[in-house]
Design a protein around this ligand. Sequence first.
Ligand code: NI
Length: 191
Amino acid sequence: MSVLPIAQIGAPVLRQRARELTADELASDEIQAFIDDLVETMHHANGAGLAAIQVSRPIRVVAIEVHDNPRYPYKPNIPLTILVNPVLTPLSPERFDNYEGCLSVPNLRGVVSRLATLRVQALDRHGAPIDREVRGITAGTFQHEVDHLDGTLFIDRVTDTTTLTTWEEFARHREPAFREQVRAVVERWGS
Ligand code: NI
C-alpha cells in the first residue's frame, strides 16, 4: 500500500466529472489495490473522507471514515465506508449549516448548507449494493465527498464568504459556537 499525493485546488482534475466504474473494473486487483491506497492516504492525512478524484483518479469512488478524528474532533464516528458509483437522494428539505474543510483546499474552512437526511445508494468495494439512510453531520460528510465526484468543492457552496477562515482562526473565533451547533444537529438528527 502507498500514500498517494492529494491534488490541491487549482489542479484541473478536481473540476472534472468522475466516471462510473464497471463491475469488472471494481473487481480487478488493480482497483482493489487502489482502494487500499485511497484508504491509507485518507488515514495518513487524517481526513474524514477522500474521493478518488482527489488523488488524481477521476472515478466514482470515495472513502469515508471518522474515528475520533483530530481534524474534526466534534464529528460523530463513522465506520470505514467505501462508496462506488454513489447516488444521494434527499429524504426531506431540512438543512443545517456545516463548517467544512477539505484536504484539497489547504487551510481554509467555511460554512456550507447541507441536507440533513439522505438516502445513499452505491456499491461497496466488493460490488454489493448499499442502500441506507444517513443523517446530520454524517450526511454532510457524505455530500462533501460525493460533490467531489462532480468536480464541486465545498467553497463553491459557501454563500456567506465572511465565514471563510483559516484553521487557526477557526479554532480561535468560531469553534466554540460551532461545537454548540453540532450538538444541536446531533440532538435533532443523530449522527
Ligand atoms: Ni474534500
